[in-house]
Design a protein around this ligand. Structure first.
Ligand code: SAM
Length: 482
């Protein structure tokens, strides 16, 4: 039986409820009146406290996704842009993945790290190597990382992950520092989540891969990840372990996207119902070519247009949840989806273990790579590109460091203080980037952008203070935040 408050995977991600949702969506996909009603419900509204959005249920959002009337799709895109603008403005948060180890005991059929792949060299970074990678990432200008590892209790136990987090936070190279470490490791115990929390992690990210239980079990034929319930209930354990910010995602291409979309939103509804706060982020990876992996064997791949629509519909349904896109996607695709809802992107990424230190910007080790990177530009190129498109690349990590996690972050969104808080923080961290790492061309574009964007901080006091901090950054001081 479907129950969003249940702690059992099969009850909060209920197969029958998804099938009924898809049926309802199919029957109503040309019901203009209902679609207009749904769009209207999701529209941002000004209240005495600020701007609020009601969001949508998985059923309502599934109707939007199923609708194929071009004029309605345009309306969805325009609403998605409006919501994005209301809560995220033109800021895009930057991050990079850091692969620690590709040892893995699972057999995920889409992942080159599966234990039966004998052609991929196995590698695990030593603490000295982690330090070298972090220096290389800091030299690029990164402040926020997502650490990645295969699941292997012998080679990558939780103690190893904790040691790496410690090393990452300890490296202060020139003006650099990693100020937020997000963690993407396999589902684990409440006790281990508590240890991650104590180590000061930002978001705990775990992709569901697919919400379809049967397919899940076929796609993960062996290893601890085979257990659907243990994997699906991981975010509840993470929250029980004290982690407020969790990141959901499905790997698009494995199953029917409409099924995944409904499952993803049901998962978000479940977290809200049980823990009082929805997911901090949603990622939207698509299956890519990799060593021993041919993406064409998965016959549920989605085209760029469908991909864009999924992103717009997620934006409308869960307006306060950040959305992440990785370098799995190329420049053209990233350009399209940025305005529709994406709030975080990676730049200059390497998906191999030890892929940063000792390599020139255009040099790319492929031996231990997890998947082919489509956007191969350097961080500086991505930063300049974003600014040319009118976005503010942000290296901000302030919320997490100020304890604005979980529902405290959501209330910042709702009270409309974002423009007096996130906007100056984005500009100040961009200024740090320009001073310490940018090429002369990027710096020139960035300085102009900062001058223009400073004027848009609504509160006079905040505007003045931000201008003073930016001048101080120019004079050599670092790490201001609102
Ligand atoms: N081992 C952990 C786990 O199982 O959740 C950490 C995650 S893994 C390092 C990061 C993610 O990469 C996976 O969750 C999966 O969605 C994605 N991934 C794996 N193979 C991929 C491929 N061929 N193309 C695109 N993404 C892939």
């Amino acid at each position: 039986m479907y129950d969003p408050k249940s702690l059992k995977a099969e009850e909060f991600i209920n197969h029958e409820e998804i099938l009924e949702t898809l049926d309802y969506a199919e029957k109503n996909k040309h019901n203009r009146e209902l679609i207009e009603e749904i769009l209207d419900k999701a529209r941002p509204r000004r209240t005495s406290k600020g701007i609020e959005c009601a969001g949508l249920s998985h059923r309502e959002a599934s109707v939007l996704l199923a609708c194929d009337i071009p004029e309605m799709t345009e309306k969805m895109y325009s609403l998605a842009r409006e919501i994005k603008q209301a809560f995220y403005g033109n800021r895009i948060v930057m991050f990079a993945p850091l692969y620690l180890s590709n040892y893995c005991v699972n057999k995920c059929v889409y992942c080159p790290y599966h234990y039966q792949n004998k052609s991929i060299p196995r590698k695990k970074l030593t603490q000295e190597e982690v330090a070298r990678e972090v220096v290389a990432l800091q030299d690029m200008g990164h402040k926020r990382l997502a650490i990645e590892a295969g699941e292997d209790p012998v080679n990558n136990p939780i103690e190893y992950i904790l040691e790496c987090i410690n090393t990452i936070y300890s490296i202060k190279h020139k003006n650099g520092a990693i100020r937020r470490v997000n963690v993407n490791i396999a589902a684990t115990t409440v006790e281990n989540y508590r240890k991650l929390k104590e180590a000061g992690i930002g978001t705990y990210i775990l992709f569901q891969e697919t919400y379809h239980k049967k397919s899940y079990e076929t796609l993960h034929p062996a290893g601890p990840k085979h257990n659907y319930a243990y994997h699906t209930e991981a975010m509840d354990r993470a929250m029980d372990g004290g982690i407020d910010d969790v990141g959901l995602g499905v790997l698009f291409g494995l199953e029917l996207y409409k099924y995944e979309f409904a499952g993803l939103l049901m998962h978000a509804e479940h977290l809200e119902a049980v823990h009082g706060v929805g997911p901090h982020t949603i990622s939207v990876p698509r299956v890519k070519h990799a060593d021993d992996i041919d993406p064409d064997v998965f016959d549920n791949s989605i085209d760029d247009e469908t991909f864009a629509k999924i992103i717009a519909c997620i934006r409308i349904a869960v307006p306060y949840t950040g959305m992440i896109i990785s370098t799995r996607e190329n420049e053209t695709c990233r350009d399209k989806v940025l305005s529709l809802g994406i709030s975080q992107i990676s730049g200059g990424s390497r998906t191999s273990v030890g892929g940063y230190a000792g390599y020139a910007p255009d040099e790319r080790p492929h031996d231990t790579e997890q998947f082919d990177v489509s956007d191969q530009r350097s961080l500086d190129e991505v930063v300049k590109w974003l600014m040319d498109l009118g976005y503010i690349p942000s290296f901000c990590t302030a919320c997490y460091r100020e304890g604005r996690t979980g529902d405290r972050f959501m209330s910042l969104c709702k009270t409309g203080q974002i423009q007096n808080c996130c906007h100056p923080n984005a500009l100040m961290t961009l200024k740090e980037y320009l001073e310490d790492y940018a090429s002369p061309e990027t710096k020139a574009v960035g300085e102009k952008l900062i001058a223009e964007e400073l004027k848009k901080i609504p509160n006079e006091k905040a505007r003045k203070l931000a201008a003073e901090y930016i001048e101080s950054i120019h004079l050599g001081r670092r790490d201001f935040r609102f």
